[in-house]
Design a protein around this ligand. Structure first.
Ligand code: DQA
Length: 274
């Protein structure tokens, strides 16, 4: 699918985001604005279910369970059971399952990487999540294994890259997205830290380029204070999802979902996308 570019009645150039995220049998959103994803970062079952209830009242498009924050992560049955409870509360709001690795800005956990892969496999088999997110930098056999197992169970896969220190050059960032596509990701994601305003432009440039050249949807963002610009405006450049705070933040620069909705509504109005 390619982008459609046209000029609306007010003379504004509209570049439609045509690459929407698709779950099995369901396309998410209308492609006119990025989906809003809110993270769940509670440490206990009670905290996570409370967070889920509170956040759902604010109507996000997606939920991300950051399981690396969960103190019960080492017990696969407990994780599967909790995913089932979250899904029960979330109903039609799709659930992303993410163990963010410590190396890429996540919490320190007690599991070895092979145990993490087994946990992801079990959660795919359970069918209690809609999408998994696994880092591209992991051992290729593990990435491929999870790609195969997720596909087998009708679960979509995000392959991601995070850099909490800096923003690599345009080519290096583009390569990450292309690598994800080559490895058969359903969605490619990058999250990087800007050290200058120019880094924000780098991220947006890479995003627009990917929107025009790649076949799969991409999710991109800069983090921190400057990066929050990309969280609000990244959809115009081609990011399919923006992460916002429902109850608690999972990364620097995330803005509250209420503010995000206001900004996206204004953007839709001024770009003629209503
Ligand atoms: O990868 C991402 C993006 C993110 O790091 C952010 O910057 O919003 C937040 C994480 O929870 C998520 O897994």
């Amino acid at each position: 699918m390619s982008s459609i570019i046209f000029i609306n009645e007010r003379g504004l150039i509209i570049i439609k985001t045509t690459k929407q995220i698709e779950l099995t049998g369901r396309r998410l959103g209308d492609g006119k604005r990025p989906l809003i994803c809110t993270p769940l970062v509670g440490k206990t079952r009670e905290a996570i279910l409370y967070e889920t209830e509170k956040i759902l009242a604010k109507q996000p498009d997606l939920l991300e369970w950051r399981v690396d924050f969960f103190e019960g992560i080492a017990d696969t049955c407990t994780v599967i059971d909790l995913a089932k409870s979250i899904k029960h509360i979330a109903k039609d709001t799709p659930l992303i399952f993410t163990r963010r690795s410590f190396k890429e800005g996540g919490e320190q956990i007690s599991l070895s990487e092979s145990q993490v892969v087994r946990l992801y496999s079990a959660i795919c088999e359970s069918g209690n999540v809609d999408i998994i997110d696994y880092e591209l930098m992991n051992v290729k056999e593990d990435v491929n294994h999870l790609r195969n197992i997720s596909k087998k169970h009708g679960i979509k896969m995000i392959m991601s890259y995070h850099n909490f220190n800096c923003t690599p050059e345009v080519d290096a960032l583009s390569e990450k997205l292309i690598e994800a596509e080559h490895m058969q990701a359903d969605i490619a994601k990058i999250a990087v830290m800007p050290n200058h305003l120019e880094d924000v432009l780098t991220l947006l440039h890479v995003t627009l380029d990917a929107k025009q050249k790649m076949k799969i949807p991409v999710i991109t963002m800069s983090m921190g204070a400057y990066g929050s610009l990309t969280r609000m405006f990244g959809g115009i450049f081609g990011s399919a999802v923006t992460f916002a705070v429902g109850e608690n933040s999972s990364a620097p620069g995330q803005v509250p979902i209420e503010d995000m909705k206001t900004v996206l509504a204004i953007l839709q109005r001024v770009t003629g996308e209503e």
